[in-house]
Ligand binder design. Structure first.
Ligand SMILES: [Zn+2]
Length: 240
């Protein structure tokens, strides 16, 4: 009996050591082992993050992107994105390194920022901006859904993942995309189960906002189901 206990404790020890090798629990940016929630950053690197405070600010830079383009409710992004920054690192880990913890952390930041602001009190559901099925298969998940999960940990709002979907790339789209990149986004998305969002206040969620073309296209698509309003949140905003 004792031998079995001894064996189990040993196997457990080796397993933990092995997992530590595969998924090292160190700060992504500086390598410190002193880590905060979700174990991706240390308190020092977290404190360096460039928060925008956009969610609290009316007519912020993200709101302005959609003026004259889409009747959108209050919008915002949690962080400023710059090249070679901790923010870029977090997004890279989430998108290309199967690191969901980075996404949950980003989602938590959005959640806390929304809670602090007074402009986002009526959200009924979270809608992640979808990726194509093929991208989801290679990546393992849709990164915006992981961010939604992080938001929902702070604000218990249901995530609707089966309403908005991204259409397959057609040949004409591929060709047109190459010629006028970003300008042919009208048929990017489709809708299912529209009853779930009728007369509802939606929070559309994406990892990063740049030109707003994707959000504009997704928003247009969602408007067809007559939601009461569409609000938007991104983890990061690029200074252009
Ligand atoms: Zn660090």
């Amino acid at each position: 009996m004792n031998f079995i206990k001894f064996l189990i404790s040993h196997v457990k020890k080796y397993l933990i050591a092995f997992l530590h090798l595969v998924y090292p629990k160190i700060c992504l940016h500086c390598g410190s082992t002193d880590l905060i929630k979700f174990q991706v950053l240390c308190p020092n690197c977290y404190a360096q993050l460039p928060f925008t405070d956009f969610f609290e600010i009316e007519n912020n830079n993200v709101d302005k992107i959609f003026w004259g383009r889409l009747p959108l409710g209050p919008s915002g992004a949690a962080l400023f994105f710059t090249k070679n920054s901790i923010v870029q690192l977090l997004l890279f880990e989430l998108k290309y390194k199967q690191n969901k913890r980075a996404g949950w952390l980003l989602g938590n930041m959005i959640g806390w920022a929304l809670k602090k602001a007074n402009r986002f009190n009526e959200i009924d559901c979270l809608i992640p901006i979808p990726v194509r099925k093929i991208t989801e298969r290679t990546r393992g998940y849709n990164q915006s859904l992981i961010i939604c999960e992080g938001i929902a940990q702070v604000l218990p709002i249901p995530i609707l993942n089966a309403v908005l979907f991204k259409n397959k790339k057609t040949n004409t789209q591929t060709r047109k995309d190459r010629i006028e990149r970003g300008h042919n986004t009208d048929h990017l998305f489709g809708l299912k189960n529209t009853d779930q969002i009728r007369k509802k206040c939606l929070l559309l969620v994406d990892d990063i906002i740049t030109t707003g073309a994707t959000v504009e296209s997704a928003g247009r698509c969602l408007l067809q189901a007559n939601p009461s309003s569409i609000q938007f949140a991104a983890a990061a905003y690029t200074l252009s």
